[in-house]
Design a protein around this ligand. Structure first.
Ligand SMILES: *Cc1c(COP(=O)(O)O)cnc(C)c1O
Length: 366
């Protein structure tokens, strides 16, 4: 028995209805900013309980346009997590702002005790990343942001329907970005993203920014981008959006199955699981002794485990301009050597989960 990582072939094994819907839609020619997008935006807003959701070209663009709409730009600093996916730092960089990194803690999210010392006169925004579907400590980050007059923009790309004290990821920031990339918990058939906000002015600004700053067909009121969520992708999104709750529940159930068993293996460290938090397991990550050996052992047995991420961003060639020396982020560095991700999606069977646990146990001779 092998266990694959991507479940997309299973997710779309029965697509006749969807293809029919697309076939019927195509003659309308309503491909950009069309009706399906409006429907998707309102359904997404409802799912999260927010006032506005604005569909854009990708999760990266969701973050970028949220920052831009808040007036962040050249010379400004945005504080974010050292151990994130490149897109977070990329979004900050794209608008000419400077990413200031903060190390993570054992939750894989930003270590809030290090945020204050990263604040300078140039800081405009704190951008916590809810990595793996675990949430950054938003109550503490909100306190710091309020004290220093900073805005929060959440990178909620991995955290749809995660919450702390019942408050959802995406609701803590002025605006927050989600990704609908094919491997995110709610996905479409390509790149897409969405920004949520309760602030009507921010929502309107993002609607302008995603469409060249066009207020109507002929009038440009600001310089913007071409970053729209296609109607065809919105049709796929409309098909799946109601399934998000079920997908989330199943991922949580799978993660609990793993947690209970991995906790019995001394070589595996399961991250802290705060009862105040609902984690949604975009990724299921643990720390492992002799990680590289375990990784190879699993791969040889056709378990498609992964490493998020083997090389810390600040050590990457393309990010040397940030100016961080090796060793600046010791927890991020250690996690790069110890972290391992196992498949946790909604299509896995109990047998597959147990096969993975048994394989890990075998590796350590337990
Ligand atoms: C996926 C992801 C993004 C970017 O999303 P795209 O849709 O791929 O542009 C940003 N941040 C994090 C943490 C992500 O996982």
């Amino acid at each position: 028995m092998g266990v694959r990582y991507s479940y997309l072939p299973e997710q779309f094994s029965e697509i006749d209805d969807l293809i029919d819907e697309i076939r019927q839609f195509i003659p309308s020619g309503d491909f950009t900013l069309g009706k399906p997008l409006q429907e998707f935006e309102s359904r997404f807003a409802k799912l999260l309980g927010v006032k506005h959701a604005v569909g854009v070209g990708s999760g990266t663009d969701a973050l970028k346009l949220a920052l831009k709409a808040l007036g962040v730009g050249y010379g400004d600093e945005v504080i974010t997590a050292a151990n994130t996916f490149i897109a977070t730092v990329g979004a900050i960089n794209e608008i000419g702002a400077f990413p200031v990194l903060v190390d993570c803690d054992e939750s894989f999210c930003m270590d809030v005790s290090q945020v204050e010392q990263a604040i300078t006169e140039k800081t405009k925004v704190i951008m916590p990343v809810h990595l793996t579907g675990y949430m950054a400590d938003m109550p503490s980050i909100t306190k710091i942001a309020d004290e220093y007059g900073l805005a929060i923009v959440e990178d909620a790309c991995q955290a749809i329907l995660a919450s702390i004290d019942g408050i959802l990821a995406g609701k803590w920031g002025v605006a927050s970005g989600f990704s609908l990339h094919p491997l995110k918990n709610l996905n479409v058939w390509g790149d897409a993203g969405i920004v949520v906000t309760d602030n009507v002015a921010v929502a309107e600004h993002i609607r302008l920014l995603r469409n060249h700053g066009l207020q109507n067909r002929d009038e440009i009121v600001t310089m913007g981008y071409n970053s729209r969520l296609d109607s065809l992708q919105a049709i796929v999104g409309n098909r799946l959006v109601d399934a998000t709750k079920m997908i989330t529940k199943q991922r949580i159930k799978n993660a609990e199955h793993y947690d209970n068993r991995f906790r019995l293996i001394p070589e595996i460290v399961v991250p802290p699981r705060s009862p105040r938090m609902r984690r949604v397991y975009h990724l299921y990550c643990v720390l492992a002794i002799d990680r590289d050996g375990l990784y190879r052992y699993c791969r040889e047995r056709e378990i498609e485990c992964k490493i998020h991420y083997p090389i810390p961003l600040y050590q990457q060639k393309g990010l040397q301009f940030l100016g961080y020396k090796p060793g600046t982020f010791p927890v991020t560095d250690r996690h790069a050597k110890e972290i391992i991700s196992f498949p946790v999606d909604q299509y896995l069977s109990t047998e597959q989960l147990d096969f993975i646990v048994d394989t890990v146990r075998d590796y350590y001779g337990r």
